[in-house]
Design a protein around this ligand. Structure first.
Ligand SMILES: [Zn+2]
Ligand SMILES: [Zn+2]
Length: 533
């Protein structure tokens, strides 16, 4: 009530909002050119009547000490300009994706700001929501092949809008810091502080605490002992804060553990070049299990060209394969040298599917032929075979190898499906031999047995905890705002570029085997001892 009186009392334009000091205003660290970077349209701003003109970011998470006098004036009076008050009077309360009058009052008191900032940005968020839900629908239809009816509650009611808005207003240009969070065990940072940061910098208030369960995969990453350089999948020590690859920073808004449900989390490839945002109504460990299952399977399929369970033709399995194959997240890990190396450290029997440079393969082939030169051959002949590229001896050895490859029809068919190497790379004879042995073992193993040890391929972190009663679309909405501001290259939804491929390019380098040097490669030496499945 009081705040509305205040709004009217101070219904005048603040003195000097724009001036000569403009160039010294707060310079966003992650936005670059505001005109070119589509993120601006998704950020909260001060109320303004004409879209695109004199739009000023709210900068809720910038400490007052970092603002110019113009910006401080805007922060103090921006809610009470004639534009702001006029727009507030036009706000349609209680419509679809709108707030009730009561919820506007409550939120204004909770955030300690003028109501016009709430109603103006609620309208902005309503437009954003409609755009983002349309994108989600097309994603569900075109990528997931799901009908549009799956969302039980296609709109946000006033209470849900109030939650969405409290997040939205604090997903600032460089930093997410929800200092007003008061659900799931969180407490207001200070009774005096509202939406806008006081003189204090944002600070880490909450972290993710290990649950200590001996079977928890967040606390104890699977097959960690097999990695040459073990790293924590969830870094509890740095869990209160996360930085995306573009520099956008988030502070955890609630206390969390491995068992916290309704979360938004990130996945960052250990190569440090690609990241991803997702959310789940379940726990982080549940989400990790899903990604581990598909990420490792897709590496197997990408390297070998064969389905993991060749005898399984069940529709739902095929359907899942079809969807996950399109995901940039899995495409990246299957072609990223760092992620692949991690998989290969745990599964050295897959090295035979990593092609070699032509020269390297040539040296290995020479040794291979030499090794298989019949005993009856004189030493002179062997020396000749070693120095000549194509000799009768080599032809015979290769023919023998080809003969073995065709000895088993099913194995031969698997070998034919192994993807071709990129230009300047080939498989050596020894590698083809190893591939044959791999498929022989693979086809002879139990139907439901995986031929590899699974490993987590990404660093994972919770970046935001949502309220318990959060709806699916509210979760999607907040998740997508993080996709936008984190500029995550591996998400399939890319609101600021239309199509992630167009905006960020391929999720991997086409010469994917370039930096994958075998750690123990000695030409001519069989690596069969490492091939136990
Ligand atoms: Zn745990
Ligand atoms: Zn990577």
């Amino acid at each position: 009530m009081d705040s509305s009186k205040n709004d009217l009392k101070q219904g005048k334009q603040p003195t000097k909002l724009v001036g000569a000091e403009e160039q010294h205003d707060y310079q966003p660290k992650t936005l670059g050119d505001k005109e070119k970077n589509g993120r601006f349209a998704y950020l909260p701003i001060f109320p303004v009547q004409i879209v695109g003109k004199n739009e000023y970011l709210l900068l809720a998470n910038v400490p007052v000490t970092c603002l110019t006098s113009n910006e401080i004036a805007r922060r103090e009076n921006g809610a009470y300009t004639s534009d702001a008050l006029m727009l507030m009077n036009m706000y349609e309360y209680g419509d679809i994706f709108s707030l009730s009058e009561e919820d506007v009052e409550k939120l204004a008191t909770h955030l300690k700001i003028g109501k016009s900032i709430i109603t103006f940005n609620a309208d902005r968020l309503r437009c954003i929501s409609c755009t983002l839900f349309a994108l989600h629908e097309s994603f569900r239809r075109n990528i997931l092949f799901k009908k549009d009816v799956a969302l039980k509650e296609p709109t946000l009611n006033s209470k849900q809008m109030a939650i969405a808005l409290e997040f939205y207003l604090q997903i600032d240009v460089d930093l997410f810091y929800m200092k007003t969070c008061s659900f799931r065990g969180a407490l207001h940072r200070s009774d005096l502080e509202g939406l806008f940061c006081s003189k204090d910098e944002p600070q880490a208030n909450y972290s993710m605490i290990p649950c200590q369960n001996p079977f928890c995969t967040c606390c104890h990453p699977v097959n960690n002992e097999k990695k040459t350089q073990p790293w924590p999948v969830v870094n509890f020590a740095s869990s209160s804060m996360h930085q995306f690859i573009n520099g956008y920073t988030t502070y955890l808004n609630c206390p969390a553990t491995c068992n916290t449900t309704n979360i938004i989390y990130t996945m960052t490839c250990p190569c440090g070049q690609y990241d991803y945002v997702d959310s789940t109504a379940e726990t982080l460990a549940d989400a990790m299990a899903y990604h581990r299952k598909h990420g490792n399977r897709i590496i197997h399929e990408t390297l070998t060209g064969s389905s993991i369970f060749p005898y399984m033709t069940h529709n739902s399995f095929e359907f899942e394969r079809k969807i996950t194959r399109k995901m940039r997240l899995y495409q990246h890990s299957a072609r990223c040298p760092i992620a692949l190396r991690l998989f290969l450290d745990c599964n050295p029997n897959y090295w035979c599917f990593i092609p070699l440079l032509v020269d390297e393969a040539g040296a290995e082939n020479k040794a291979y032929v030499q090794e298989r030169t019949p005993c009856s051959t004189s030493s002179n002949e062997a020396a000749a075979a070693a120095t000549t590229t194509t000799t009768n001896v080599e032809v015979n050895v290769v023919l023998d190898m080809v003969h073995r490859m065709h000895g088993n029809r099913k194995v031969a068919s698997c070998l034919q499906q192994v993807p071709l190497a990129p230009a300047k790379y080939v498989f050596s004879y020894d590698q083809r031999e190893q591939q044959r042995l791999f498929f022989e073992q693979f086809l002879a193993s139990d139907v439901d047995q995986r031929p590899y040890s699974v490993v987590d391929l990404y660093h994972v972190a919770i970046i935001a905890v949502l309220p318990d009663n959060c709806s699916i679309i509210l979760r999607y909405l907040i998740e997508t705002l993080f996709i936008i501001h984190g500029e995550t290259k591996l998400n399939m939804i890319c609101p600021i570029g239309g199509d992630p491929q167009q905006h960020y390019g391929y999720p991997y380098s086409l010469v994917w085997c370039k930096n994958l040097n075998r750690p123990y490669m000695i030409p001519g030496t069989s690596i069969q001892t490492d091939n136990n499945i």
